[in-house]
Design a protein around this ligand. Structure first.
Ligand SMILES: [Zn+2]
Ligand SMILES: [Zn+2]
Length: 372
């Protein structure tokens, strides 16, 4: 009995450990760039959130998030009576202080909170949030730009401001765009997806973002213990620094990761998928002493995405249908019916859990070389 109890505790500890390890979000680098995990829209008690800034930093470290910004509402301060803070930079300062020597990048940001249009927008890389408190929205945007900010349109589909939930570019947004006051757009926010925002991002060249917009706890809202993940923006940066992130955001080098979907431009999705999915080995299967014409292709998924792929190759599979699920951080063997023994061949897949435009999925080719 004692042995059973001991074993039970060992297993419980191991499970706990694996859950802790698993919650870190991991995606591989792509050629020439570091893949940084970012969540650039979050709240604390310094606006309408429910936690102190250090909790946001801790949550991000648990999740393996490399870059965060606490973007408190400038114009909406419901906790102001209990937590008066005439200096709107305090949330950033507290997070920055707590994050010291912890390897996480804290970006100074704020949420310009207005009726639609223009709606809510985040200004990142600012140096004084107090100066963004302005009567007229355009003055807040202009001040942010003066401080060198990257500005993006938040939850452009939000039913709180737009009953249809459809993103509409208005003349007000055209004015902001003309003045260079809008650089990016959230295609996903919390638990919503704005398909029109993706179309707009593609049409006018706005940077694609996904954010948690967390107010309570990440674990509760995104069911982390149940295997969920927070929405994040993968940023492809030349260097792991604030400057590297800023440069990448202005250059549009991002992919959004939302409810296991990868959303972004094809030119970033394809390298990301290709560095996630690599062929470990490929060999013809034996039946007794006879070599068959079934090629076992062992594919390693070195990312946290569960890839859902549709076979568009010339060959079908012996062990599965045309739709295959490649689980995260796992290897999967595809048994390919090549009809004759080949030394090399190509597999082609449509990646169903990735999109670059409305209902459009990228396609990737994998070169397979048979081992001898
Ligand atoms: Zn908002
Ligand atoms: Zn917000």
């Amino acid at each position: 009995m004692k042995l059973v109890i001991t074993l039970f505790f060992i297993i419980a500890q191991l499970l706990k450990l694996s859950a802790q390890i698993h919650r870190k979000i991991e995606f591989p680098d792509i050629a020439g760039y570091h893949t940084l995990i970012s969540d650039l829209h979050q709240h604390t008690v310094f606006s309408d959130g429910s936690v102190w800034p250090d909790i946001r930093v801790k949550e991000a470290i648990f999740d393996g998030v490399d870059v965060i910004s606490l973007t408190e509402h400038l114009e909406y301060q419901p906790h102001n009576k209990d937590i008066p803070h005439p200096d709107r930079n305090r949330s950033y300062q507290l997070a920055k202080e707590y994050a010291k020597n912890k390897g996480i990048i804290i970006i100074h940001g704020a949420e310009i909170t207005r009726d639609l249009p223009p709606g809510h927008s985040n200004a990142l890389f600012i140096n004084d949030a107090n100066k963004l408190v302005q009567e007229n929205y355009i003055d807040a945007f202009r001040e942010a730009k003066k401080q060198g900010a990257f500005i993006f349109w938040n939850h452009p589909n939000w039913i709180g401001q737009n009953k249809q939930g459809i993103t509409q570019l208005t003349p007000t947004h055209e004015v902001l765009l003309e003045e260079g006051l809008l650089n990016g757009i959230e295609v996903t926010n919390e638990n919503s997806f704005a398909d029109r925002a993706l179309t707009i991002a593609n049409e006018i060249g706005l940077t694609i973002l996904a954010t948690s917009d967390i107010h309570e706890l990440i674990d509760w809202l995104f069911d982390i213990p149940g295997g969920g993940h927070r929405p994040v923006t993968l940023v492809f940066a030349k260097e792991r620094s604030e400057i590297g992130v800023k440069d990448a955001l202005f250059d549009g080098r991002t992919v959004a990761w939302y409810q296991n979907n990868l959303i972004g431009q094809e030119k970033y999705l394809i390298p990301l998928i290709k560095s996630s999915l690599t062929v470990d080995t490929a060999y013809y299967q034996m039946y007794g002493n006879t070599k068959t014409q079934i090629a076992n292709v062992v594919i390693s998924n070195q990312s946290d995405a569960t890839y859902l792929i549709n076979n568009e190759s010339n060959f079908s599979f012996y062990n599965t249908t045309n739709v295959v699920q490649l689980n995260p951080q796992t290897i999967t063997t595809l048994s390919v019916k090549t009809i004759e023994s080949l030394s090399s061949f190509e597999l082609k897949f449509e990646i169903l859990n990735a999109i670059y435009a409305k209902n459009k999925h990228p396609k990737v080719r994998l070169e397979i070389d048979i081992e001898h």
